[in-house]
Write a protein that binds this ligand. Structure first.
Ligand SMILES: CC(C)[C@H](C(=O)O)[C@@H](O)C(=O)O
Ligand code: SF4
Length: 469
């Protein structure tokens, strides 16, 4: 048998039934789901359908729901923004109670953004299939799991059968040679990748990240990498499990009594030497510098040392897109990216709201002050992340710098579904993953950056790397 990729092995292990291929296309497989995650957005209809069909939830113990998108970050008593958000939360609570699904409620010790909470609680392990009605489920591939977003229509299918129909995917390797220089993060690497292959560059593929820089990365950094895979159009992103993965999982709750045997089983999930990828991108990590986005999609990004491009540099559709993006972003070609002033900095989200990201930002902010007129909002990815940050004294660093460290975890200004949003025309440096028009509030302008660039930018009020301070 020819060698197989890690993604293929996990897939094959989960096939419950295979459909015949139609018209020479890829066949649909029915995959068993090891973990089904839910949040309050877009899931209520699935429960309505379930109820209408008289079905129950097949494996409530393999299902976990969290409240994250619409929740306030100042106090659990604060009103939830808007009637739609309130209704979604109400329905999630009611549906979870009715169908026996565990729910992490706002204010609880285990609440937070779904993609931050699940791994920190040891729920995502190598070789699993994990699904959630959310595109950034790709984050969880960092554990060598096949983790992908599903549509609203598929949620009911998973709830009632614990399986999901999925079309087979092609394999793409992103091979990262060398090590990332100091001050260059996983975020910069994945932005450089998307800038190179484009927002559709990995469509129809599962991306496996490998190579020296990836092996050297912490689990947090690998999650950042896999998180943004979907911004390159891929269905999933993953990293082969290794000692780093095992070390991360060892101290998590719910690990099996015979941990060593389980760890050996996990480590067997790796791409065979002779496996063939359908596509490969090679990146030299040692040449990378901090990246920032200048436009309205994550692919419109450049090294921070660069200048706002002239739309004339692009062909056809790219030119049109660049012109429109610059118009929306209120930027002129030729402006040094370092001269772009911001009113707001957001440190958080499932891309960069984990403890390591907060540590990185705090290290830059220590002994420094947030610039006058700039609002630096730090929103922990989970209640546990906040607790850990307080234990390490990061809350004091943030307070002394003049940052607004929110008491509650959630998606917050990443998507602006709660009250944490920008006003029209406001410009933010944001550690989140999307920068389309209006993403952080109507008329808002977003520059995607790494945590260290976010912190340095808060200090100067202009897009800045720590090395420039
Ligand atoms: C609300 C949810 C469906 C959405 C997603 O799928 O990613 C959100 O998390 C986002 O980041 O835009
Ligand atoms: S933090 Fe942002 S990207 Fe992540 S799940 Fe929430 S809204 Fe989506």
């Amino acid at each position: 048998m020819p060698g197989r990729t890690l993604a293929r092995k996990v897939w094959d292990e989960h096939v419950v039934r295979s459909e015949a291929a139609v018209d020479g296309g890829q066949p649909d497989d029915l995959l068993y789901v090891d973990l089904h995650l839910l949040h309050e957005v877009n899931t209520q209809f699935a429960f309505d359908d379930l109820r209408a069909a008289g079905r129950t939830v097949r494996r409530p113990e393999l299902t976990l729901a969290v409240e994250d998108h619409n929740t306030p970050t100042r106090s659990p008593a604060e009103a939830v923004h808007g009637p739609a958000g309130r209704r979604q939360l109400e329905l999630l609570r009611r549906n979870c109670a009715e169908f026996g699904i565990p729910l992490r409620r706002l204010g609880g010790a285990d609440q937070g953004i779904v993609h931050v909470v699940a791994p920190e609680q040891g729920l995502v392990r190598p070789g699993m299939v994990v699904v959630c009605c959310d595109s950034h489920t790709t984050t969880l591939g960092a554990f060598g799991a096949l983790a992908f977003g599903i549509g609203t229509a598929q949620v009911e299918h998973v709830l009632s059968t614990q399986t999901v129909p999925a079309r087979r995917l092609a394999d793409m390797a992103v091979t990262v040679q060398g090590l990332l220089p100091d001050g260059v993060e996983a975020k910069d690497l994945v932005m450089a990748l998307i800038a190179r292959i484009g927002t559709g560059g990995a469509q129809g593929h599962v991306v496996e990240y490998r190579g020296e820089a990836v092996s050297a990365m912490s689990m947090e950094a690998r999650m950042t990498l896999c998180n943004m895979s979907v911004e390159a159009g891929s269905k999933a992103g993953l990293v082969g499990p290794d000692d780093t993965t095992v070390r991360y999982l060892r101290d998590r709750p719910g690990m099996p009594a015979d941990f060593a045997a389980e760890a050996d089983r996990w480590l067997a999930f790796r791409t065979d030497e002779d496996a063939v990828f359908d596509a490969e991108v090679v990146i030299d990590a040692s040449r990378l510098t901090p990246f920032v986005s200048w436009g309205t999609n994550p692919g419109q990004s450049l090294p921070l040392s660069g200048r706002v491009p002239d739309p004339g540099e692009f062909d056809g559709e790219g030119q049109l897109a660049a012109r429109r993006a610059l118009d929306y972003m209120g930027l002129r070609p030729g402006t040094a990216l370092r001269d772009i002033e911001v009113d707001s900095v957001f440190l958080g989200s499932c891309t960069n709201g984990r403890i390591e990201d907060l540590r990185t930002a705090a290290a830059v902010l220590a002994g420094r002050k947030v610039a006058d007129g700039v609002h630096l909002m730090v929103v922990p990815g989970s209640a546990r992340v906040r607790e850990q940050a307080v234990e390490e004294g990061l809350d004091r660093v943030f307070a002394e710098a003049g940052a607004d460290f929110r008491p509650l975890a959630g998606c917050s200004m990443c998507c602006g579904l709660n009250d944490d949003r920008l006003r029209p025309g406001q410009r933010a440096a944001s550690t989140s993953n999307r920068n389309f028009e209006g993403r952080q509030g109507k008329g808002s302008r977003t520059h995607i950056v790494s945590p260290s660039v976010a912190a340095a930018t808060a200090v100067t009020g202009r897009l800045t790397a720590p090395a420039d301070l």
